[in-house]
Design a protein. Structure first.
Length: 321
């Protein structure tokens, strides 16, 4: 579902800097936001707490039924797209090439998809073309809401002309091209290139000020090509009935994982109300056009997003209408 979000007009329509922490800024309009969920942690990726492997399958195989049922639940809950990033693995053997694991699984999920399915591929033109070929072998563009997409990174030494040509070919076959960005300030120097290649940007950063500046720069650059390039930002979530309960669960998951949760990205550890506040802040203040949720655990946090957070944001927007 594309959700309605309460917003501040001068913040989302004007690129001038604003104090994002100013509590006196009040919503005076509604805007829309796309919402997605990253299912990469349902792959076989290291030995993390929320990546259980089915006991009736060998330990070197993906629990595909679990991934399939989670994707279906996300679509039924109103999620606009599910995505698998380049950390996704079908097996634990790091000696094998896992570069196209996300694509391989996504082409199976497209058959049951009710909306978008985005798969990471290596960041070169040949990989984008492979993604186009494999998706189009199982996907026939129609009038439904189903659409496939590829996710790539771009680097200083990327062949931008070749990537643009491959991206144009992908769009001709009904695919969308999303580019992952980690450092919005550094990426500013590539705004024109991004605007010509990407249909959307996936931002992985907790720097909301530079993220907002990047969004406006992309909008301006894309308008020169007659295009609309959206920015969706990653938000990691641990959701419980109270902030204390969420913090305790977050500490437990971090200890079990042996690493920090949500390093380098925006995160919310709290209640559904806290997550709804964060969405309104990011979208309503012009930082992003949408959200890619990173649940700390499945199905707990995903269920809270679909049954708690999204209805709450919609309800609040209804009060503003």
């Amino acid at each position: 579902m594309t959700i309605r979000v309460s917003a501040i007009r001068r913040a989302i329509e004007n690129s001038a800097e604003i104090d994002l922490s100013d509590q006196t800024l009040l919503p005076d309009m509604l805007t829309s936001a796309i919402v997605g969920v990253d299912l990469s942690d349902l792959g076989v990726v290291r030995n993390r707490a929320n990546e259980e492997i089915s006991i009736d399958l060998p330990a070197d195989k993906l629990n595909y039924p679990r991934l399939l049922s989670t994707a279906r639940a996300a679509y039924r809950g109103g999620i606009d797209y599910v995505t698998l990033n380049d950390s996704f693995r079908m097996g634990p053997d790091e000696s094998k090439d896992h570069a196209f694991d996300a694509l391989s699984v996504a082409t199976r999920l497209i058959e049951v998809s009710q909306a978008g399915i985005i798969a990471a591929v290596p960041s070169d033109a040949s990989a984008v073309r492979r993604g186009t070929k494999e998706f189009t072998s199982v996907f026939i563009p129609d009038s439904s809401n189903v659409w496939p997409g590829v996710l790539i990174r771009m680097y200083d030494d990327s062949d931008f002309d070749a990537l643009k040509a491959a991206a144009d070919e992908a769009r001709e076959h009904g695919l969308k091209v999303r580019v992952l960005v980690r450092n919005p300030e550094f990426t500013m120097q590539y705004v024109d290139v991004l605007a010509s290649i990407a249909d959307s940007i996936r931002l992985q950063s907790n720097d909301v000020h530079n993220g907002r500046a990047l969004r406006f720069a992309l909008r301006d650059a894309a308008s020169q090509y007659g295009r609309d390039v959206r920015v969706v930002t990653d938000v990691g979530v641990v959701i419980s009935s109270s902030v204390q309960a969420a913090e305790e669960r977050a500490k437990l998951l971090a200890a079990m994982n042996g690493e920090e949760l949500f390093a380098g990205i925006t995160s919310v550890i709290g209640t559904v109300y806290d997550v709804a506040d964060a969405i309104e802040r990011l979208v309503g203040l012009g930082v992003a056009d949408g959200i890619t949720f990173i649940p700390a655990s499945f199905p707990t946090d995903l269920a809270s997003i679909m049954k708690g957070v999204l209805p709450l944001v919609e309800a609040r927007a209804g009060l503003e209408a």
